[in-house]
Each structure stands twice: as structure tokens, then as C-alpha cells.
Design a protein around this ligand. Structure first.
Ligand SMILES: [Zn+2]
Ligand SMILES: [Zn+2]
Length: 376
């Protein structure tokens, strides 16, 4: 089922506007709050449930512990925006309800903009069961701000290849909700080692040094809450880490209208597939925190003997990213921006001829200055 949101005032398409924090109509200016909650159309009729079944059974009872989402009551938006029909089976091919053209989507696409009529569309039947996100951080940075950050990032194209800052290329800048698992876990850490303390005593001309050796042992539990890990195969993990932190306290309960006007995909990796990697990420900090509980010693050799994790429930959450990728000389360059905080990562391509030209200009300028000074 393809969903779109029509303006009750003029009938035009509405999209989520990050600057307003509302679903808005760019035609007449009408705007309305996204009344949160998990707008799960399949939940109202079991006949329409997909084979994944309803309810992920994965979400933690503690969840994200977000106060910000407290006003978003689950299910409150049910039917609030109407729907354009219900598919009995998940469709393999989707049509734009606006212009009727076939939508070009990936297997996991959950929202798109129609490439013919620009209608913001949400593929509602792909957002059910296990694939219904628990939470979402809506975009706070709008496209205008993302474009100006892009231009600043690449110095207005001074050294980038021709066309990098062209309107056509900038058009490729798009907002995507990236699927994440937000992990909550308890670590049981055992540290076992040796430490020394040194005392120096002087008697006459003789100095006595006494070294005491201690067996040191620490064992403890530590809870880690809200550790994000991206669950998208398309995204490069090392780049996604650089986009952090996201303020998960601002996460809302998922609601489909947030997706209108942005791209989004289902997760590629289950939380279980990422557990070992996320545990690896926090292991050192767990051991480090525990070793800080030791009193002062002259030396400490405190290896980690054991770290076990108990998973406390993980939330499927969508996080906002602005991105633009560009191929130059067979290499991909990516501009990426945290859609909540505006943090920018990535490396812009450098055009060798432009750099040489710039070097030439500097060289000529230096030559002129030297001539004026009478050096030459
Ligand atoms: Zn309108
Ligand atoms: Zn269309």
C-alpha cells in the first residue's frame, strides 16, 4: 500500500518539514502536527498482516527512556491521515497514487519521492511487523540548510571538479532515514591482575626500597543504554560512527508521516547479527570504568579476564542523514550530514587542474609582489 498525505486545505501533497517540525503543504502553507504513535495500519486487521507477523517482540520494556516521546501515545494517529487502500499481499510493484507511474524502488525501500510528479510517498505495507520501527529522530535540518552546509563544506566548489556544485548535482542531495538498532545491555566484567606499591626509607647513608605486591581483583556489572549501531548494508559503519552523537532523548515514537519527503529503507541486519560488534565497541570502556575503582598503586597490571553481556532489549530506530555521493575518477566521494545536529563528515573530491590553476595564480601573484619589491 502506498500512502500519501493530502492537504485538507488545497489537496496538494504534504511532506514533513524539519524547519516547522510539522507535516506541511508547500502549496498553501497549511501545516499540522504529526500526532505520534505507531501508525500500523496492519494492526487493525489481522488479515492484512504480512508474513513477518505483528510486533517485533524485540523492543525493551525500558526502551529509550525518553521523556520527549511521552506525549506520543501509541496508536493515536490511527487513520488520522486516511489511506489509499489496502493491499492483501505486499506488492512487488508499486504505483504512484498521484500520477500512476511505476515507482522505482529497492527491495527494502519504505519511502520515496515519485520521480515523475515529486509526490512524497510512504510504502506502508513494508513498515509492519518486525519492520515497523519503534522510534524515529525526525529531521531537524531542512534541505535549504543542508545545501548551504554542502556548499560551505566544499568551499563553493573552488577546488572540486567542474559540475560538483552544479544545480543538477546538488539536486542529488537527499535526506534518508537510516535504520539503526539502539542497544541496551548489561556487561559483567571481571578484572584480575597485580599491582605494586613502593616505599622508600633512609637510614644513615643507606636507602631501603620496599616493593609490596598485591593481587587485585574487581568484578562488576555495568549497564549500557542507547548504544546505536547502523543496520544498513549500504552505509559504511566507520562513516556512520563519525556522524554520532545523536540525541536519542529527542526520539519520537515512530509515525509514518515523518517519512513523507524523505527516503528510507528497512534494516538489512537483525539486532542479533550486530550484537558482537556493538559489544566490542563498549567492552574497553566497561573494563576502563571498573579499573578506575582501584586505589592508587605505583604500577598496575590489570588484564580483563572475562566480559559477558546480557542484552536488555534493542529498539529499531530510524536516524536522519543528509547525503550526496559523487563519482570522480572511479572513486566515490560522499558528503554526509547528521540530520539532527548538522554535523558534517566526508571528503570532497579535488580537481587537479583547478588546484594547479590556483597554484599558478598564487605563483603569478608572488612574482608580481617580488617585482614590485624590486627583488627580480
Ligand atoms: Zn495546501
Ligand atoms: Zn507520481
Amino acid at each position: 500500500m502506498v500512502k500519501k498525505y493530502n492537504c485538507p486545505g488545497c489537496g496538494a501533497d504534504m511532506a514533513y518539514d524539519p524547519a516547522l517540525g510539522k507535516l506541511s503543504c508547500s502549496h498553501c502553507g497549511y501545516a499540522e502536527e504529526v500526532t505520534g504513535g505507531i501508525e500500523d495500519w496492519a494492526a487493525s486487521g489481522s488479515d492484512a498482516a504480512t508474513s513477518e507477523g505483528l510486533g517485533s517482540g524485540r523492543t525493551a520494556s525500558g526502551g529509550l527512556g525518553s521523556d520527549a516521546a511521552a506525549s506520543d501515545g501509541p496508536g493515536s494517529a490511527q487513520g488520522a491521515y486516511g489511506s489509499s487502500g489496502r493491499a492483501a499481499e505486499p506488492a512487488l510493484e508499486y504505483h504512484c497514487p498521484n500520477c500512476g507511474s511505476v515507482l522505482v524502488t529497492g527491495e527494502k525501500t519504505t519511502s520515496v519521492t515519485c520521480e515523475y510528479c515529486d509526490a512524497p510517498l510512504v510504502l506502508a505495507d513494508r513498515l509492519t511487523g518486525n519492520y515497523c520501527p519503534r522510534r524515529i529522530i525526525p529531521f531537524s535540518v531542512d534541505k535549504k540548510a543542508a545545501v548551504s552546509a554542502f556548499k560551505k563544506w566544499c568551499h563553493n566548489g573552488w577546488f572540486t571538479p567542474k559540475g560538483f556544485t552544479s544545480a543538477d548535482n546538488i539536486k542529488k542531495l537527499h535526506g534518508t532515514y537510516v535504520p539503526y538498532w539502539i542497544f541496551n545491555m548489561r556487561a559483567h566484567v571481571v578484572l584480575d591482575g597485580t599491582a605494586t606499591r613502593v616505599r622508600v626509607r633512609r637510614s644513615g647513608d643507606t636507602e631501603y626500597t620496599t616493593t609490596d605486591y598485591f593481587q587485585v581483583y574487581r568484578e562488576g556489572f555495568m549497564d549500557f543504554a542507547n548504544v546505536p549501531y547502523d543496520a544498513s548494508a549500504k552505509m559504511v559503519d566507520s562513516e556512520m560512527v563519525k556522524l554520532e552523537p545523536y540525541d536519542l532523548g529527542q526520539a519520537k515514537l515512530f509515525s509514518m508521516p515523518y517519512l513523507a519527503g524523505f527516503d528510507s529503507d528497512q534494516y538489512d541486519y537483525e539486532d542479533g547479527q550486530l550484537a558482537a560488534m556493538v559489544q566490542d565497541r563498549v567492552k574497553d570502556s566497561a573494563a576502563g570504568r571498573l579499573s578506575q575503582t582501584l586505589p592508587a598503586y605505583a604500577t598496575v597490571n590489570f588484564p580483563v579476564r572475562q566480559v559477558d553481556f546480557q542484552m536488555l532489549g534493542n529498539d529499531y530506530t530510524l536516524l536522519p542523514v543528509w547525503s550526496l555521493s559523487y563519482i570522480y575518477k572511479n572513486k566515490e566521494y560522499r558528503f554526509m550530514m547528521n540530520g539532527q545536529t548538522g554535523r558534517v563528515v566526508g571528503k570532497a573530491p579535488v580537481s587537479v587542474p583547478k588546484l594547479a590553476l590556483f597554484g599558478g595564480i598564487i605563483g603569478v601573484a608572488a612574482f608580481i609582489v617580488q617585482m614590485i619589491l624590486g627583488v627580480i
